[in-house]
Design a binder for this molecule. Sequence first.
Ligand SMILES: Nc1ncnc2c1ncn2[C@@H]1O[C@H](COP(=O)(O)OP(=O)(O)OP(=O)(O)O)[C@@H](O)[C@H]1O
Length: 222
Amino acid sequence: MIEIKELTQFYGKKIVLDHVNLTIETNEICALVGRNGAGKSTLINSLLGIIPVKKGIVKINGLKFSKRNSGDIAFLPEKFMLYPPLSGLENMTFFALASLKTVDMVRIRELLESVSLWEDRHLAIKNYSKGMLQRLGLAITLYQDSGILILDEPTSGIDPMGRKEILQILKSLEGKTILLSSHHLDEIRQLCTHVAYLEDCTIQKFTVDEFLETQRLGDNAL
Ligand SMILES: Nc1ncnc2c1ncn2[C@@H]1O[C@H](COP(=O)(O)OP(=O)(O)OP(=O)(O)O)[C@@H](O)[C@H]1O
């Protein structure tokens, strides 16, 4: 569960988040939506502890940052660094070791199969397509088995088929709390249960149906 209470964040005199409140429960998939510069990265970085919380409270599974374990949140950045000459399997093994200090080959196989990369596991990732790279990034992120997943535009730059594959993987996950930033209404409609709409330094949480209704009425634009 993610709980944000009265979070205020600013850079110098510029307030980006102003007394923001947002709760995301287990089994909710919440899209974080807002125009460029609305403050999505600031919110995500506040959750991850990359930006210290200046005012307000941010809790993950009831714990503030200082009490959390590093594996409590798994984060898939929009652009992540992998090692191009190494294979998908080698990259995954490397990150498994780096994040959890153990390499569970059964789990690695399960995850590579779930993202349809087991057949191509020995191929150097410099030869992977953008969709394959994104699926590998997702498998690496899921290896931690965290209950909380934060995904920064997980389908950005991927063709419709690749996007469909990523959405299917995310849809199949159970018992997670997921926050993902997205600019795609169709993706939100297919995948998400809720939308956190960031505008004018504040957040409104909608069910997806409510949000789509505001779109139809032209109140909000992505
Ligand atoms: N380190 C910083 N110092 C000063 N201003 C910043 C800093 N980081 C972000 N900002 C400003 O804060 C505002 C929110 O930025 P943020 O990156 O959180 O928005 P965003 O919604 O993630 O944008 P985008 O969709 O373009 O990635 C912007 O006006 C940005 O210029």
